[in-house]
Design a protein. Structure first.
Length: 111
């Protein structure tokens, strides 16, 4: 498993519009092969900054499968204009700790 990490600095005052656009973009990434779940969190101290964590089966599911797909172009169109500056995206392998993302069987039926 790989965890993609990105701090998303959103243009000041655009956080609500970003959240709405992300809700539209979610099905795009969720339908990609190797996608294992994600978490989007808003920073308490800097409300225009978001933390995105995405679980992928392997690195190439993100770097090749998603980023080189036609669907990624729609993702970019929905989200990339919100970022100022553009975020740095990094990938991690879990070392120790609890599961960050819920297991699908543990999610409510309407999720």
């Amino acid at each position: 498993m790989i965890v993609e990490h990105a701090l998303l600095p959103v243009r000041p005052g655009a956080a609500a519009a970003f959240e709405a656009a992300f809700a539209q973009a979610y099905p795009i990434i969720a339908g990609m092969p190797g996608f294992g779940g994600l978490s989007l969190s808003r920073c308490v101290e800097r409300p225009d900054c978001f933390l995105l964590l995405v679980r992928w089966e392997q690195l190439t599911d993100h770097t090749v499968g998603f980023r080189e797909s036609p669907e990624y172009q729609r993702w970019r169109a929905l989200l990339h204009h919100f970022y100022e500056p553009f975020p740095v995206v990094e990938h991690f392998t879990p070392v120790l700790g609890d599961e960050v993302f819920p297991v699908a069987a543990d999610l409510p039926a309407d999720t």
